[in-house]
Design a protein around this ligand. Sequence first.
Ligand code: ADP
Length: 160
Amino acid sequence: MSRAIYPGSFDPVTFGHLDIIKRSSAMFDEVVVGVLNNNAKNPLFSTKERKEMLEESVKEFGNVEVISFDGLLIDFMKQNDISVIVRGLRAITDFDYELQIAQSNRKVSKETIDTVFLTTSIDYAYLSSSIVREYASYGTDVSDFVPEFVVKRLENRFQQ
Ligand code: ADP
């Protein structure tokens, strides 16, 4: 059975992420969306909130599970018998960093892990969680970028 993990911060999940999840769910038997537990980095939403928004977003896919994880991605993968990482590539600016991570993960995992890159749909090429946070913080409508329940959470967060 093919299992892949799509790791990220998802602070918050956007339509760009959901496009990658949808496409990878058609490619692999099971997809685990891995929410990095990086509260130390001071994200806008807690790990629990980010996970809840993802769970709501992936309900329609029968083979996608959302988990949160700490520590090294490849350790988590070994423990859970996952050998493929999915990452999205938006622009050339993503490439340097992603190449370095993919190559080092391959080396450190003794060549047991591979990374698969999906190129973003043109519709979402410009989209990032940080852009969504920035617009939402000024009260701008972000419903073209994220699902409605994420819009609501952003509104609540910035009203506080
Ligand atoms: P990270 O903090 O690991 O970069 P993100 O939540 O920002 O986590 O992104 C997770 C993954 O989703 C990364 O592979 C990133 O390139 C990809 N991604 C983010 N936004 C988009 C988008 N608009 N289209 C396609 N892929 C995207």
